[in-house]
Design a protein around this ligand. Structure first.
Ligand code: SF4
Ligand code: SF4
Length: 405
């Protein structure tokens, strides 16, 4: 039987937004009181470093996912403490993320850091997983990239990714590859990459087959059920000389929806770094304490017995959707269920309702999407009650903007 999530709007506000408001308050402390950390070359020397495929980039095993950080003091601390690679994207924080980095990086010599950004051109059909209209794709990619470079104030980036791709067709899209190769030829990016958090093994194999990409940025964490396929794809990529960077290592937040079984970010990071084919990771830390936790991992990736137990407990009742998409074909309406589960995770795991809302707006799934089905025909590999989750999360569309965090 289909399960409906009977949470009214007030209940939704109470269970999501109030929780999210707490995390804003915590971040606010950091924003108002930037801590200036001194560079310590000895710390840097003790970091475990790995080489990024066939590129000339060698970095500590932990880098910075700047995505959620709007405090330049935190980015400065990460660089001064020895992190080398900063990861952003054209869309993060509506462009303010790149602007913030642009202002900060003026104070650093260009060889003091590596900068990666991501672009997704218009004309992507999410349902089909393909790009349409070659000319539009090319001009849109170029236009977005130029805007990003202006925000960053840089002559070149170190890695330019095609952002958030989930199919072989999109990874190998001819117009996208042409425009990216042109930018590399012009010296505006040193290396090319693709990022994916859905159908990862398929995208990784396409990246290998393309002969164009140098790096893959991939969701990789202890909650994925298709781990064998992931490890094989990553191994093949490494053999082919591609660099692998892990993201989403936290697998949907520090705990489940009921705030049980917390997992430390450091523990989850260590899990991903057990794979020697993973060069580095880009945790999205937002506090100085989290930075210190991640720096400690960069010095020692060994998992203690206690940490192994922590991971074992957390694999139950997870919020993390594998993105395997097996559910889509089973759904009577072919709803984009993996993306809807991601919006659910953003809300209940990360407490980022604005990010969830942006994704929902893009998907254009209405709150009554599951209401007309007598019975849900979907059997999720993780036993998610997808209809209940969809009914719950799509009501975010009715929540006023001022309540989003
Ligand atoms: S629309 Fe799809 S997910 Fe929703 S109840 Fe129907 S079959 Fe299940
Ligand atoms: S909802 Fe379940 S079946 Fe669908 S992509 Fe996620 S893990 Fe796979």
């Amino acid at each position: 039987m289909k399960t409906q999530g009977h949470v009214n709007r007030r209940g939704f506000l109470r269970t999501t937004l109030l929780g999210a408001a707490g995390s804003v308050a915590a971040t606010g402390l950091v924003r108002g009181n930037p801590v200036l950390l001194k560079e310590n070359p000895e710390d840097e020397q003790r970091f475990i470093t790995r080489k990024l495929g066939k590129t000339d980039i060698v970095v500590p095993v932990v880098s910075m996912g700047v995505m959620r950080a709007d405090n330049p003091g935190l980015v400065k601390a990460a660089l001064d403490k020895g992190m080398k690679l900063l990861d952003t994207a054209h869309v993060y924080q509506g462009g303010r993320n790149e602007e913030m980095l642009g202002k900060l990086l003026k104070d650093y010599p260009r060889n003091a850091y590596y900068l990666a950004t991501k672009v997704k051109p218009d004309g992507y059909d999410k349902k089909k997983g393909t790009f349409t209209d070659a000319e539009k794709v090319k001009s849109s990619f170029l236009n977005k990239f130029n805007i990003s470079m202006k925000r960053l104030g840089l002559e070149y980036v170190d890695i330019l990714y095609l952002h958030a791709i989930s199919t072989r067709e999109a990874t190998l899209s001819k117009p996208v590859l042409e425009v990216m190769q042109q930018l590399k030829k012009e010296g505006r990016t040193r290396y090319l990459g693709v990022s994916t958090h859905s159908h990862e093994p398929e995208v990784i194999q396409a990246a290998i087959d393309s002969g164009v990409y140098d790096v893959v940025l991939v969701a990789y964490n202890f909650q994925q059920t298709h781990r064998e396929a992931m490890d094989k794809a990553i191994e093949n990529a490494a053999k082919a000389g591609l660099g692998i960077i892990a993201m989403k290592t936290m697998a949907g937040g520090r705990m489940n929806k009921n705030k049980e079984h917390p997992v430390k970010a450091g523990t989850a990071l260590k899990w991903a770094l057990q794979n020697p084919n993973v060069t580095t990771s880009i945790p999205g830390f937002t506090t100085f304490d989290q930075l210190e936790e991640d720096l400690a991992v960069a010095r020692d990736v060994a998992l203690s017995e206690e940490e192994k137990n922590e991971l074992a407990l957390a694999t139950h009742d997870t919020l993390y959707c594998d993105g395997c998409a097996q559910c889509v074909a089973q759904c009577k309406k072919s709803l984009p269920i993996p993306d809807l589960m991601r919006a659910y995770m953003y809300t209940y795991g990360y407490r980022e309702t604005r990010k969830a809302r942006d994704l929902l707006d893009e998907l254009a799934v209405t709150p009554d999407a599951c209401a007309t089905c007598d019975e849900c025909t979907v059997n999720c590999v993780k036993d998610f009650a997808v209809a209940a989750k969809i009914t719950d999360i799509t009501r975010l569309a009715d929540v006023p903007q001022e309540f989003l965090t």
